[in-house]
Design a protein. Structure first.
Length: 679
């Protein structure tokens, strides 16, 4: 920390203007860009291109994005609008007045910046720019200028300094795009979640703040820096730097000193300090997406990637989403996954280089149900017979169906529902058509056969078919004079699902005098028989310790309770609901709070249908959950009163589209934010 004396910054600025004027060139190119329409909140910017910049050249330049504070917002559609960036900004004004150095030398290497100063349409008093909007700006800059993507830097003052904190603290991906940032007098409230994303991405931070700032609490910056310095400490230590000043009279702004480059520490101004840091370009490639069909239950993952020197220190495969499966050798670029079942899997390859920089890439594996070959029919009528084909995936097919020809197949369907059924067909004469019927002759669907120009060239048609549960017969019967060839059909996963007999909305465990009181709530029950309370010492082996009668049928919220007088101070509980048909539905697993001090967590992440919010309370609290999308729009809000103890609250996300969301939780004087991925 460095404390400046009265008037130091002002005197340094005056001295700098005399000593460095001869170093400044008078041909710096700065241009107002109107109506660039990067997104709904960025429509204009001031662009500074260094001396010698050639848009068609191969030379790459560091990118510095400068953010202004309050009152610089505007529509970005004309010179009057962008003039606010000169009036309330620093760098555009310095460049215009030829007071910004044309180059900086660090460790014997000379750098010149591309500088972008955006204007935001939405006034900061309405809302601050969102991280996704800043990411759009970075992507725009990379696509329109010769940017060295390993050297992207963020600089901002006051409300503009909130933007670097918020962007890099939003996700590890965003933080890993930024080599270094300098927030001055930032208005961002400190957050451990944000600090951890910045810290573990190794983003370098030099933060400034006046200790007697009358507008923005000095603690905002101090606490952020303290969080970044919590063990393990940053390496090198200079990666996280703070400068705390005490001007007289007290002031919010830090004057021109840091911006002009006049203010230095260890002979480095803020630009030279930033240029010490760069991102190593580490890339990961998880390979191409694959489709496999049962009975195949394994797949080969072929990954690749490299660090800046061509090598990586570690590699790791993980399953992001999908049913259970086993990765044979997670630490190898090339590995096998076994035990696959029907469904869609996402596997992620993570690489770490010798500078601890990371990169990831995902691959999607779709596992389809087993096919039923056309020639394996149970009965037939007409002249259809097995024929050899050239382009068929399996070498043989049935040919050729004339008007009235049919074949029957015996199938078993585990659950009634509507199923997409894929038919692989060929047709040399158009139009060809057939119907799918059940054993009573009811037409389930009609399929128009795609004209494939050849008997041995096949294409796949898909139709939704409503099927009953159990063993049954379906018939394929031609309804047109023109023939077709038939290779196989495949019954996919049902598009309709039978609702669960019970929906658990809250689960609470609280220790009282050595006993554990359990409370759970349901938001709906269908054909429910009873609840079994199960206990486990380790979360793996379970024992039923009691039965509680259920309401059976209900669309209202119902509450149930059970007391484990034997106690389970460090153990686990779950509730198993048994339906009238014997089907079991389990609650989430909760741990008693007798000997643990759980605070706040959310799982699973990524989320498939619901997120479980786990929170401990030492008294009755009101929990407010707000879920926002990447645009900041509220897509779900939930308020619930929670009793003392360990609580688990279900947050339904099944109806939400796939993507990234931010969950904000607030109770009493506590506030937490967690990023959730919906798959």
């Amino acid at each position: 920390m460095k404390i400046a004396q009265q008037g130091v910054m002002k005197r340094i600025s005056i001295i700098f203007s005399f000593l460095f004027t001869f170093l400044l060139a008078h041909s710096q190119v700065q241009t107002n860009r109107y109506n660039v329409n990067i997104n709904s909140n960025i429509n204009g910017l001031v662009e500074y291109l260094p001396q010698g910049y050639n848009p068609a050249g191969s030379e790459k330049y560091p990118l510095l994005i400068s953010f202004m504070g309050l009152n610089a917002q505007g529509p970005g559609n004309d010179a009057t609008s962008l003039e606010l960036l000169y009036q309330f900004g620093f760098i555009p004004r310095l460049v215009r007045d030829n007071q910004f150095p044309t180059s900086f030398t660090v460790n014997g290497q000379t750098f010149k910046f591309i500088i972008i100063t955006p204007q935001f349409v939405i006034n900061f008093n309405t809302r601050r720019p969102r991280p996704v909007e800043i990411n759009d700006l970075i992507n725009y800059s990379i696509s329109h200028y010769n940017v060295d993507t390993s050297r992207i830097y963020l600089l901002g003052n006051s409300s503009g300094a909130e933007i670097p904190w918020n962007y890099t603290g939003f996700s590890s991906y965003y933080a890993n795009r930024i080599a270094a940032m300098v927030p001055l007098s930032g208005t961002q409230f400190p957050s451990e979640e944000k600090a951890n994303k910045i810290k573990y991405a190794n983003t370098a931070v030099w933060a400034f703040h006046n200790t007697n700032d009358p507008n923005v609490p000095f603690a905002f910056t101090r606490d952020f820096i303290d969080l970044l310095r919590t063990p393990p400490a940053p390496s090198p230590a200079d990666r996280v730097r703070s400068t705390y000043l005490t001007p007289s009279p007290p002031a919010h702004d830090l004057s021109y000193g840091p911006y002009t480059g006049a203010y230095t520490e260890n002979n480095l101004n803020i630009y030279q300090w930033m240029l010490q840091y760069s991102r190593t370009i580490t890339k990961a490639n998880a390979g191409s997406d694959q489709d496999i069909t049962l009975p195949v239950t394994s797949v080969q993952l072929d990954g690749s990637g490299s660090g800046p020197n061509g090598n990586t220190n570690s590699r790791n495969w993980v399953k992001v989403s999908g049913p259970a499966a086993t990765i044979t050798n997670p630490s190898s670029l090339n590995t096998t996954v076994t035990g696959l079942t029907v469904g869609t899997y996402i596997f992620r390859l993570g690489l770490t280089d010798n500078n601890t920089q990371t990169a990831t890439d995902d691959v999607t594996i779709r596992v389809y149900p087993a096919r039923r070959q056309a020639e394996t029919f149970n009965a037939s009528n007409g002249g259809v017979l097995t024929v050899a084909t050239v382009a068929s995936e399996d070498g043989t097919a049935l040919g050729y169906f004339d008007l009235g020809d049919w074949v029957d197949y015996n199938i078993n369907v585990p659950t009634a529902g509507t199923y997409p059924v894929r038919f692989r067909l060929s047709s040399f004469i158009y139009p060809a058509q057939f119907q799918v019927k059940n054993s009573s002759g009811t037409v389930l669907t009609t399929v128009d056969v795609i004209y494939t120009e050849s008997w041995d060239t096949f294409a796949t048609n898909t139709r939704n078919v409503a099927l009953i549960a159990g063993d049954q017969t379906i018939r394929i019967q031609s309804t047109a004079n023109n023939g077709f060839g038939f290779n196989w059909f495949q019954i996919m996963e049902s598009t309709t699902q039978t609702p669960l007999p019970v929906n658990f909305s809250l689960f609470n465990a609280n220790c009282v005098n050595g006993a554990v009181n359990l409370l759970w709530k349901t938001s709906g029950e269908t054909d429910s028989r009873n609840f079994s309370v199960e206990r486990s010492p380790d979360g793996r082996s379970w024992q039923s310790i009691g039965i509680v009668a259920s309401s059976g049928q209900s669309t209202l919220e119902r509450s149930y309770s059970f007391t484990d007088n034997a106690g389970n101070p460090a153990g686990f509980y779950r509730i198993a609901e048994t339906a009238l048909n014997g089907r079991k539905t389990y609650s989430s697993v909760i741990r008693s709070n007798c000997s643990t001090n759980q605070v706040f967590s959310v799982y699973p992440n990524p989320v498939i249908d619901k997120a479980i919010v786990n929170i401990s309370a030492d008294q009755t609290i009101k929990l407010n959950l707000t879920l926002t999308d990447t645009r900041g729009a509220v897509v779900k809000q939930q308020v619930v009163s929670l009793p003392r103890g360990t609580n688990q609250v279900a947050l339904e996300m099944k109806s939400l589209p796939k993507g990234s969301y931010t969950l904000n939780a607030q109770w009493e004087n506590e506030r937490k934010s967690i990023q959730l991925i919906k798959n």
